[in-house]
Design a protein around this ligand. Structure first.
Ligand code: FAD
Ligand code: DLZ
Ligand code: SF4
Length: 524
């Protein structure tokens, strides 16, 4: 549809790039005669941190496909492409421009997934003196009010407690009052690693060939955002509701049955293993979490997937995903500034390119450059761990994460990165820092066998930087970490190190910190 309005607008529904669902509450009272949709591609969102090219193509292509689907359904859509000459590039200015032309009586938007974006929309509406409804996002199973009630009166929040409550409330995998399989959690069965011969053939996620719309967006991104990180050589993400449903079926049939067993394994050259790669289509709202959970539960009921796989998968979506969103809105905006260890180093430049001799980072970031994807253990125990041990400012780790992952949206990245992986929140997301040396990576992956460093060594030229920085991390934060009884074992081992070894560790850590942080991609 053209950019020029044809009639006056009663309600203008702003649909953001991660709100691509026709089932959203904003469409409940939508009147095709009087109301219209506004969708804005803005350079602001593509550049406020350097954005992975795959992420840009994913959002712009999915937005354009959604626009077309709405129009096919007879809905009037006003759409600003980011390369249109009159596009100002900012949400606030675009809102001013479009509401000036369309003169709506009211602006309606689903609660954005980013506090920053919500603030700019609220501020713009106030400046324009335009009535604004920010509507509850019912994509999520737990409303923000319900999460607040859950949090009320609790000294600390524990995902497992929240998850069990959600299982009961929504009657997922329940046998009366008991969990199906008599256990709430099958994690003890879910830590297998592959033998010497590796995982063998694993069916990769269904690859979607770019159509005409996606190809045009690929050209646009290459032309307008040439300095963005990442590669578009093999863009194959689902970008429509139909494709998202195909991706779901493909996962349920081919990878769900073994999802549990190898959930934590890491293997060179096998980025997805048995993971679903559904986070993007969930976060863009092309899939509803209920239909994803229903499909997994049905696979178990039909005898196609074991309980350890299905429970493990359901916990990620019904538990973790809802929990982190609850934490985000409970704690924002102050949460973004939390920095338990006062870490202040910048994120090293090689975290965008993979150009380092640390094999675990070279492999994980190399894969990120190609796919904008890494699974949760790579995020937590390779890339996040490295940043925490080095002492990078937690908010910068989050900014880096936003720039490199296709599925990153503020509500989900911030608690996972600043909270869970950096312990920047001092224990809101997790009860202790996920601190480990190179020995953990050596046990859980095949990376170290191809690395020039020795994961066991903390000092000397071939010492693994993780191992050196692990001891340095415990040492420099010993006052805070000693107060956490769950870190007692690790602190006891630190105390066993003699003074000469600690001096050598501190010296080498100081050299590594200087070398690694000489260059970064992030500016203030
Ligand atoms: P699977 O392993 O197949 O899991 C199934 C689904 O569960 C995912 O698609 C996702 O929707 C959900 N899920 C699992 N764990 C979490 C979690 N901790 N928080 C929220 N949802 C979860 N997920 C994002 O969607 N966006 C992020 O920006 C993000 N940042 C993360 C940062 C760190 C440091 C860590 C440790 C985790 C992060 N996660 C994030 C969660 C998780 O790593 C990804 O959802 C997952 O790797 C996506 O791949 P998948 O779809 O194959 O997931
Ligand atoms: C990530 C992203 C990008 C790259 N571009 C846009 C855009 O042009 N327009 C838009 O509405 N949303 C975009 N997004 C998603 C936003 O950064 C942000 O995550 C959501 O608006 C939060 O609801
Ligand atoms: Fe990574 Fe250290 Fe193993 Fe090398 S030795 S791959 S740097 S953990």
């Amino acid at each position: 549809m053209s950019d020029t309005p044809n009639t006056e607008v009663r309600n203008l529904v702003l649909v953001l790039g991660d709100q691509l669902s026709a089932q959203a509450a904003t469409f409940d009272d939508f009147d095709r005669e009087q109301d219209a949709v506004l969708m804005l591609e803005v350079a602001e969102e593509a550049t406020y941190v350097p954005q992975h090219k795959i992420r840009l193509v994913l959002f712009f292509s999915a937005m354009r496909h959604f626009r077309d689907a709405l129009q096919d359904d007879g809905i009037r859509v006003h759409y600003a492409t980011c390369n249109a000459p009159d596009n100002t590039g900012y949400f606030t200015d675009e809102l001013k421009r479009w509401t000036g032309t369309l003169q709506p009586k009211r602006l309606i938007v689903i609660k954005p997934g980013d506090h920053r974006v919500e603030t700019s929309i609220t501020d713009a509406a106030a400046t324009l003196d335009l009535p604004l409804d920010v509507t509850e996002d019912r994509h999520f199973l737990c409303s923000l009010d319900a999460f607040r009630k859950h949090a009320d009166g609790r000294k600390s929040l524990v995902m497992e407690t929240f998850y069990r409550q959600m299982r009961r409330e929504h009657d997922y995998l329940m046998d009366g009052d008991d969990p199906v399989g008599s256990e709430w959690n099958f994690d003890k069965d879910n830590r297998k690693s592959f033998g010497k011969d590796g995982p063998g053939e694993i069916p990769a996620p269904h690859a979607f060939e770019p159509d005409e719309i996606t190809r045009a967006v690929i050209d646009l991104v290459e032309e307008h955002f040439p300095d963005s990180p990442g590669s578009l050589d093999s863009f194959d993400y689902p970008v429509t509701r139909d494709q998202a449903l195909q991706a779901l079926d493909d996962f349920i049939e081919h990878r769900l049955p073994q999802f549990g067993d190898y959930q934590d394994a890491m293997v060179t050259g096998a980025p997805y293993l048995f993971h679903s790669r559904l986070s993007c289509v969930l976060n863009l709202h092309l899939l509803d979490p209920r239909e994803v959970i229903d499909a997994a539960v049905a696979a178990h009921e039909n005898g196609d997937a074991p309980i350890n796989a299905v429970e493990g998968f359901v916990r990620q979506i019904l538990g973790w995903r809802e929990f982190v969103r609850g934490i985000y809105w409970l704690k924002m905006p102050g949460y973004a500034d939390m920095n338990e260890f006062d870490a202040d180093l910048p994120m090293p430049a090689f975290m965008w390119t993979g150009e380092t001799d640390m094999q675990c980072i070279r492999e994980s970031v190399g894969q990120l450059v190609e796919t904008a994807y890494a699974h949760h253990i790579q995020r937590l125990m390779v890339l996040g761990l490295f940043a925490m041990l080095l002492g990078v400012r937690p908010y910068d780790v989050h900014r880096w994460h936003m720039s490199m992952y296709a599925d990153a949206i503020d509500w989900v990245s911030l608690p996972n990165v600043l909270g869970m992986s950096q312990y920047g929140d001092g224990g809101i997301m997790g009860s202790k820092p996920y601190a480990a040396s190179g020995n953990y990576i050596s046990r859980m992956s095949d990376y170290c066998s191809a690395c020039k460093y020795d994961p066991k060594a903390a000092t000397g030229e071939d010492a693994c930087p993780y191992t050196t920085l692990y001891w340095d991390f415990l040492d420099r934060n010993r006052d805070r970490i000693s107060q956490n009884h769950r870190m007692g074992f690790q602190m006891k081992n630190l105390e066993r190190k003699d003074a000469a070894e600690m001096d050598a560790i501190r010296d080498r850590a100081a050299t590594l910190k200087m070398r690694f942080t000489a260059e970064t991609w992030l500016t203030e």
